[in-house]
Design a protein around this ligand. Structure first.
Ligand code: ADE
Length: 325
């Protein structure tokens, strides 16, 4: 059954949005809801063929009475020149840009000690610098004179992001960028906010391919509170259904979220219902980020000793320090 927006039909009639990473997952759900509400959407990512296929699929669902259209324009957001060309093409075609949704991003899983400088830079360039390029270009080329609304999709990195420190740092930086731009661009009538879902980490796929019982708990903890999508489940191949099911008991909601639940938050922030909201980050995680840590710490005896005294003696009687290992 196709999801239907809770917002008023025609709410975004004749508006124009750019959605980076708009052809898959959360970005696709955002694009589909904007289209349903009458907004013309330019979806953008690096992979032209996948993007065009997504645009074709979305185009078929637009009713003939709608003013909306969908256009696929490939762009590598790491490149300032490509972002400039994207924005210029959108303005040539539509003559306005009301909304920017920064959803394009990516990362790979690695302990910080094994991350190369190149790998670190690639993730920061995409998630942080790419977002900056898009914000700056739509602002200078259109929103500075005409106003607009921007939403950036970040992640649940509030307690750090062990095993993906690069993306944690980049997403936290986008949270802060959102606040700076909200102040700097207020005088142009630009509102800018962020949405922080708990995201399915695609980079787990390689880890899943060496799946063993010992990893099962670890993986389910990684997936807890996650946003479920058919694409994401298929990405985990035969382990997908099991992994997603296993993560449910670890969530406060006792169910997973779906991309449409992120999309409705984005549409709210873009809409006049959020006309007094700027510089905010809205968590879409059913309280998951308040609930528990995602990271299992291995047993160790490396921690500095507590100071000697009667409290330590009593503690050692209660818990034998050697029994920890
Ligand atoms: N999604 C992931 N990486 C991207 C990039 N470099 N440009 C645009 N969209 C992306």
């Amino acid at each position: 059954m196709a999801a239907s927006s809770v917002f008023r039909p025609g709410l975004f009639n004749h508006k124009v949005a750019i959605v980076t990473g708009g052809g898959t997952g959360i970005g696709k759900a955002i694009s589909a809801e904007l289209l349903e509400l009458g907004c013309s959407v330019v979806i953008s990512s690096r992979k032209a063929d996948r993007l065009e296929a997504a645009a074709r699929e979305m185009r078929q669902k637009i009713p003939p009475s709608s003013p909306a259209s969908v256009t696929a324009l490939p762009c590598n957001i790491r490149s300032e020149e490509e972002v400039k060309a994207l924005v210029s093409s959108v303005l040539k075609r539509y003559d306005r840009i009301d909304f920017l949704v920064n959803n394009g991003g990516g990362q790979f899983r690695s302990p910080a000690e094994d991350m190369s400088s190149k790998g670190w830079k690639a993730v920061v360039d995409t998630n942080l610098t790419g977002t900056f390029h898009c914000c700056k270009e739509v602002y200078t080329a259109w929103m500075k004179e005409h106003g607009g609304a921007i939403v950036s999709i970040i992640a649940n990195m509030w307690n750090g992001f062990p095993d993906a420190a690069h993306t944690g740092a980049a997403r936290a930086a986008v949270d802060n960028l959102t606040k700076s731009l909200a102040i700097e661009w207020a005088a142009s009538g630009v509102r800018i906010n962020a949405v922080a879902p708990v995201r399915t980490a695609q980079y787990l796929i390689s880890f899943v391919s060496v799946f063993q019982d010992a990893y099962e708990f670890h993986l389910s903890v990684w997936l807890q509170g996650t946003i479920f999508s058919k694409t994401a489940m298929e990405n985990y191949k035969e382990y997908g259904p099991h992994l997603f099911k296993m993560s449910v008991p670890f969530t406060p909601a006792k169910r997973l979220g779906v991309p449409e639940e992120v999309s409705s938050a984005v549409c709210f922030l873009l809409s006049p219902a959020a006309s007094y909201i700027s510089g905010a980050t809205l968590k879409v995680d059913a309280g998951q980020s308040l609930y528990t840590s995602m990271w299992e710490i291995p047993n160790h005896s490396a921690w500095p000793e507590a100071p000697e005294g009667e409290n330590l003696d009593a503690l050692n009687e209660l818990v034998d320090p050697k029994s920890k290992l």
